[in-house]
Ligand binder design. Sequence first.
Ligand SMILES: Cc1cc2nc3c(=O)[nH]c(=O)nc-3n(C[C@H](O)[C@H](O)[C@H](O)COP(=O)(O)O)c2cc1C
Length: 372
Amino acid sequence: MYDILFRLFFRRMDPERAHHLAFGWIRLAARVPVLRGLLAAVFAPRDPALKVTAFGLQMSGPFGMAAGFDKNAVGIDGLAMLGFDHVEIGTVTGSPQPGNPPKRLFRLLADRALINRMGFNNDGSAAVAHRLATRTPAFRPTVGVNIGKTKVVAEDDAVADYVTSAERLAGHADYLVVNVSSPNTPGLRDLQAVDRLRPLLSAVRAAADRAVPDRRVPLLVKIAPDLADADIDTVADLAVELGLDGVIATNTTIARDSLGLRSPAALTAETGGLSGAPLKDRSTEVLRRLYARVGDRITLVGVGGVDSADDAWERVLAGATLVQGYSAFIYRGPFWARRVRRGLAARLADSPYPTLAAAVGAGVGRPEEDPR
Ligand SMILES: Cc1cc2nc3c(=O)[nH]c(=O)nc-3n(C[C@H](O)[C@H](O)[C@H](O)COP(=O)(O)O)c2cc1C
């Protein structure tokens, strides 16, 4: 059904316009009480077997909408209505900004992928904090808040920009994510270098604690799949050293070597971050490497090319307590989260593990068994 709608309608439309249109419908439906109840019953049936606890937060399940879909926290209820257990809003920056000029989002249909160079278009942390503070939620998914650097802020002032956002947003976040991995803000990914990441994460931790003295807001960092393996280990060690709550692996890639020759060269040559199916193997590899290094000391979130319940299950076995997706939603449509959650529950029931938590990392050698 969605396949037909996609082929006849969305596919012919500019991808960003299609996003706004579809998201507009989702948000509208979520505003009508009876309708949203009916739709939630269809799209988001509860399943106690999927319940998880991550960084001290109890969640209805492990599957979330990745950052970038709802940059401004305008559609949390709509996404919860469609079955996402958590919604990561953002990336939000210290100041509002328009992002890069269009066109900046491209569909690589034959590869089931996207390339985007949105450039953190968002309303800024003051406006988003206000929106979250005044929201009357119809559903209660876990809400993560992902923060990044305002483009015009000099790299030397990056920490202050993140701190401003953390102070404004921490009180409205179930968890906070420091994004240092989007390829579309010049210099951002350089913040992944440990000598820059350590002060940044420490400052954001302190800002969150100052802003929210009565609750320890979990803090995570989101990393790029393009890091060298040795750098992944270094970031993992730093996360343990700083007592970080989680690592999200991964953001989009600037690499193109995983693309087949299916999509037109003019498209694959577009600048930006590649997401979707071609990202799957590298994201899983990064996750597995992280888990081999940190084990259960840090909660891992697996994202990148997750399309099916099998993919989500594979991430759990590779060490992910939570799993996220974005690109496949565009291709699969509104039943996608339901299908993934259902399939995941079936995989769990067929497995030797009594709970999802028991399956986390079961496919990876534990750190002490690691031959390194
Ligand atoms: C259009 C688009 C915009 C995105 N914007 C953000 C963002 O603002 N912040 C962020 O951390 N990740 C962003 N991402 C990356 C996703 O959160 C995710 O890490 C990536 O797409 C890989 O997952 P997927 O293959 O399931 O899409 C964006 C992805 C897409 C496709």
